[in-house]
Design a binder for this molecule. Structure first.
Ligand SMILES: Cc1cc2nc3c(=O)[nH]c(=O)nc-3n(C[C@H](O)[C@H](O)[C@H](O)COP(=O)(O)OP(=O)(O)OC[C@H]3O[C@@H](n4cnc5c(N)ncnc54)[C@H](O)[C@@H]3O)c2cc1C
Ligand SMILES: NC(=O)c1ccc[n+]([C@@H]2O[C@H](COP(=O)([O-])OP(=O)(O)OC[C@H]3O[C@@H](n4cnc5c(N)ncnc54)[C@H](O)[C@@H]3O)[C@@H](O)[C@H]2O)c1
Length: 487
């Protein structure tokens, strides 16, 4: 057992998308950087989240889209080729090997230490390597925590004996359960219910809230997704709480799920998709006066606010700002620039949309939910606007009336909503629900980020006949109300 010590400018704990990107940026800023990873470089996203889940969902959506095209419907009528879908999923998850990411890290000049990293004091990190060695590291400038999250599990009697699925099993299983219970009504729940129902499971969703699916989005998003799931054969039950779970012997026997209303349901597997917990339990936070297991709250430069002298940063899921890969990578790019600027003694530009502040986290977080129909949203929702007391004009349009949508799918169903600042006419938020809307989201993200007004958008001409003509219809709906005259 060796005990070695080294110093770096920057130490990054965790090599998911956020950790990889912050290391890339600090290295590009000329700072010697090391990354510590105890599992696979690429993190949850590459191996048990975004990549495998979208590989499972893509054939489901392609088939659904094809079935809505007259003349092609019959050709797409059959079942999915399940072994081929699962094999493609395995390819997209790189067969759970991180060789490509290791090569990339090397190519950008960042060092890698495999093992479990823990803080041991101010700017101090100890890594326990798989060989049992300890590497003691000192950071000259910054330590960045990018340790991500794990699946949350409820405190339920019998849970351990049931061996429940979490997002990991739901994205990596090679067996299709005959019956799958999905607990939760958020993003993981709706995406995984969509995938496994299409792969052959009979899915039952047990959703605690009466309010419906996808509670953080516009209400029509959850309603249309619930409609799609039900049409696909999913049993969606709202206002249903689980009070206990047991697995009948033998070990592979069925799971019995007892519900609060006194009824029960049975399944072959049960997936809990009820949110995430931060991976900060075994991170040595107590050595710097923080509580193990807590989220790491940061300021807009991604610096952990509870730590004086600003040497500790947190990027990605672990800071609880916006639990998505693209937003963690954005934070990583900004934090990398901040650490570089501070190391060079430069003044930071933390003005709104400045180079050293994560403004988008606060006003323009895009998200696509890959269900049938898709949901794509960015910026404010009506609920959020009401919560913060922002006066907005809400403009809705039925996407099914757009010529491009009618070309895209017979009987296209979808809704668009645009929120405008009542005084300035600036676009504050957009939600699209419908087949194929995911690729529309960047246009909305640009509009919100650039603080574009409806008057300027009037000159942004969408091509005919594409679904993006919904923008024009939203603008016309707004103008026909007479709330603004062309300038
Ligand atoms: C099923 C599912 C589907 C998703 N789909 C999408 C999607 O389509 N689009 C999207 O934008 N987001 C999606 N997400 C969210 C996305 O996966 C996360 O936002 C993203 O992975 C967060 O990146 P991260 O780098 O912060 O953390 P992670 O990806 O969790 O990476 C953290 C890394 O740190 C390592 N680590 C942790 N602790 C230590 C330690 N002490 N020492 C050393 N290493 C450590 C871990 O092994 C891991 O590699 C999905 C999530 C789930 C669960
Ligand atoms: N396409 C994407 O961008 C994508 C896909 C998957 C996941 N993600 C991200 O991953 C994160 C985790 O997703 P998630 O779906 O696990 O979390 P979530 O927070 O989106 O949804 C969790 C749901 O579970 C419910 N819930 C919480 N505790 C419960 C309990 N004890 N019993 C029953 N229900 C309970 C909540 O009310 C909520 O509706 C999200 O923040 C999401 O942004 C993103």
């Amino acid at each position: 057992m060796n005990d070695v010590s080294r110093a770096y400018d920057v130490i990054v704990i965790g090599a998911g998308p956020a950790g990889e990107n912050v290391a890339d940026r600090t290295r590009a800023a000329g700072l010697g950087t090391v990354v510590i990873e105890h599992e696979l470089l690429g993190g949850e996203c590459s191996f048990w989240a975004c990549e495998p889940s979208k590989a499972l969902l893509r054939p489901v959506m392609a088939r659904a889209d094809a079935r809505r095209v007259p003349g092609f419907r019959q050709a797409a009528d059959g079942p999915l080729d399940v072994p081929a879908v699962l094999a493609h999923r395995d390819t997209m998850a790189e067969h759970w090997k991180d060789d490509d990411q290791v090569d990339w890290l090397e190519s950008v000049g960042v060092d890698l230490i495999r093992g479990h990293g823990q803080l041991t004091g101010e700017k101090q990190v100890a890594v326990e390597t798989p060989d049992g060695d300890t590497v003691r590291l000192t950071a000259r400038h910054a330590v960045v925590v990018a340790t991500g999250t794990g699946a949350a599990l409820p405190d339920l009697p019998g849970l351990d004996s049931v061996r429940p699925w979490t997002s990991r099993e739901a994205t990596s299983s090679s067996e299709v359960p005959g019956r799958l219970v999905v607990v939760g009504g958020g993003v993981v729940a709706v995406e995984m219910a969509t995938a496994w129902q299409a792969l052959g499971s009979q899915v039952t969703m047990l959703v605690r809230s009466e309010a419906g699916l996808l509670p953080r989005m516009e209400p029509f998003a959850g309603e249309l997704v619930a409609e799609g799931l039900r049409e696909a054969g999913v049993d969606v039950r709202l206002g249903t709480s689980v009070i206990s779970v047991t697995r009948r012997e033998p070990a592979a026997g069925e799971v019995r799920v007892e519900l609060k209303d006194g009824t029960e349901t049975t399944a072959d597997e049960i997936l809990f998709a009820i949110g995430r917990t931060p991976q900060t339990g075994k991170l040595g936070l107590e050595t710097i006066g923080l509580a193990p297991g807590d989220w790491l709250r940061v300021d807009d430069t991604c610096r952990v606010t509870a730590v004086p002298d600003g040497w500790l940063y947190a990027v990605g899921d672990v800071n609880h700002r916006a639990l998505m890969t693209h937003q963690g990578k954005y934070q990583a790019r900004i934090a990398g620039a901040v650490i570089g600027a501070r190391a060079r003694g430069e003044t930071l530009d933390t003005s709104k949309w400045g180079a050293h502040t994560t403004t988008a986290d606060l006003v323009a977080v895009p998200q696509v939910v890959f269900t049938d129909p898709e949901v794509a949203s960015v910026g404010l929702t009506t609920r959020e606007a009401a919560r913060v007391g922002r006066r907005v004009e809400v403009v809705d349009y039925d996407i099914g009336l757009v010529a491009g949508a009618r070309q895209y799918a017979e009987g296209y169903r979808g809704t668009a909503r645009m929120l405008l600042d009542e005084e300035t006419g600036v676009v504050l938020g957009v939600t699209f629900v419908g087949p194929g809307v995911g690729e529309l989201l960047y246009s909305a993200t640009v509009a919100v980020t650039a603080e574009v007004t409806v008057d300027r958008l009037w000159h942004a001409v969408p091509a005919f006949p594409t679904i993006s003509e919904v923008w024009l219809r939203l603008l016309e709906t707004h103008r026909n109300r007479g709330t603004a005259e062309p300038r």
